[in-house]
Design a binder for this molecule. Structure first.
Ligand code: EPZ
Length: 418
């Protein structure tokens, strides 16, 4: 099992190129199953998750070639109509394959994703909407078996009972080839959802977004077009918090602050300074870090759950009595016991974490647990005196392209150990 060793304290100084968005790349790549030709997807991050999705689509019979962040994909015909457990259990996002696959083929089987460290993460919102579209869903031997009789799915007028990124993406893709016009309400509108919609509309889909309502007018077929994925706003937010935590100075390239509007507003209240250098590059620094009393995670455009853990770590030394409330996932505090190993004084009451005491932090041996939360361990290690060993860094490799190389280039004493 690979680990990284970080010697702290260290300050982030230099420049980082933000990679393409993992959570936009995954659904965009999957959506090519809706068509029968080929295209190039640019700015795809070379991550464990993107490489994994490529292996799933190859297993289905797609032709793919991934070179230097550009993915060639030809999904002319799926030869295999099932996504197996060995794949799905390792990447929950693969459930979003179901919508496109069942709107193109009359039968498709996909393994139930199973549990996840940050919460139950059901798929009821996905399956209930597909049933309304005329898909017969049965669950057998740990698989979802989807079948449809008619030539096309029905369009639907549907209000999601709960806002879900994946369910929104799954259903809007299925609706793209359905009969007639679908109106989906209470949708997720994260930038990654909008990027998927922009890609599909470039391929000939007819999708409109107004507030949380998405209308999709089904078309006969889509024609794949080349596309460039948006930058990863969560990666950017993670490096910004690391810069604030270590009072560093960073030049961020390939960054779009519009996708992080609310977090940047919070970080500016905490002392972040940001200067525009060009269309996609910004200089950020923080001389004096102030605490923020309370932040609650919300669906976009609220404060993202994917930056919750990193915010807690950043405040460990300056945020006495600061609170962070996690409203999206029911168990996204598994990084707290790991942060305590650095000497942090944190308490959890229901959905709320409180920094009870600020103190000096000392390096420790810790365990990465979930993609984004594991970056909080990197931030804590950079704030700590002494050596930190982070185990199970495959969690970080799932979401942060070349994180060790990017940090090393910015002055962090970090070594990856096989
Ligand atoms: C996406 O997950 C992201 N993943 C997550 O990022 C992100 O944390 C999450 O959205 C919230 O923003 C990808 O885009 C690949 P949801 P998703 O459906 O779609 C519940 C990362 O690190 N729910 O919006 O799975 C669910 O349990 C990951 O890149 C149901 O109850 O999230 C959760 O509590 C971590 N039933 C809430 O909704 C359902 O059918 C939001 O989940 C679906 C979801």
């Amino acid at each position: 099992m690979q680990t990284v060793v970080i010697k702290g304290p260290s300050t982030l100084k230099g420049q980082i190129k933000i990679s393409g968005s993992k959570n936009a790349s995954l659904p965009i790549i999957i959506s090519t199953l809706l068509a029968k030709d080929q295209c190039l997807i640019h700015n795809v991050p070379n991550l464990r998750d993107t490489r994994f999705l490529i292996s799933i689509l190859r297993d289905l019979g797609c032709d793919l070639d991934f070179q230097k962040n550009t993915l060639f994909i030809r999904s002319s015909a799926i030869t295999k109509k099932s996504a197996d457990y060995e794949y799905v259990r390792q990447m929950r996002a693969s459930i979003v394959i179901l919508g496109p696959a069942i709107s193109r083929y009359k039968k498709f089987k996909i393994a139930l994703p199973g549990g996840c460290s940050i919460g139950t993460r059901g798929i009821d919102l996905h399956l209930n909407a597909l049933k309304l579209m005329g898909v017969k869903i049965s669950i057998k031997n740990g698989y979802v078996i989807a079948e449809r009789k008619k030539n096309n799915l029905n369009s639907i007028d549907h209000k999601f009972p709960k806002i879900s990124v994946g369910a929104t993406q799954n259903i809007l893709m299925a609706a793209s080839l359905a009969n007639g016009k679908s109106t989906l309400k209470n949708c997720a509108i994260e930038p990654e959802v909008i990027d998927l919609i922009n890609f599909l509309n470039k391929c000939g889909a007819l999708i409109k977004v107004k507030n949380r309502t998405i209308t999709v007018r089904g078309v006969e077929e889509l024609k794949l077009q080349d596309y460039k994925v948006i930058p990863d706003r969560i990666e950017a937010g993670s490096y910004i918090l690391a810069t604030m935590a270590t009072k560093g100075r960073l030049k961020l390239n390939n960054f779009n602050p519009k996708d992080l509007a609310l977090p940047l507003k919070v970080y500016k209240e905490m002392g972040l300074k940001i200067k525009k250098l060009s269309n996609s590059s910004y200089e950020i620094y923080c001389k004096k870090l102030k605490s923020i009393k309370k932040i609650s995670t919300k669906e976009f455009p609220g404060y993202p759950t994917d930056l919750q853990a990193q915010l807690i770590a950043t405040q460990l030394k300056s945020g006495l009595n600061s609170k962070v409330v996690e409203n999206i996932f029911e168990n996204r505090f598994i990084h707290i016991p790991e942060l305590r190993r650095f000497g942090a004084n944190l308490s959890i009451k229901g959905k709320t974490v409180t920094i009870d005491k600020t103190s000096d932090l000392l390096g420790a041996e810790v365990m990465a647990t979930d993609i984004r939360a594991s970056f909080s361990l990197i931030i804590a290690a950079m704030m700590s005196k002494g050596k930190t060993v982070i185990n199970r860094i495959y969690h970080l490799d799932r979401g942060y392209e070349d994180f060790d190389l990017k940090l090393k280039k910015c002055g962090v004493n970090i070594i990856r150990k096989k």
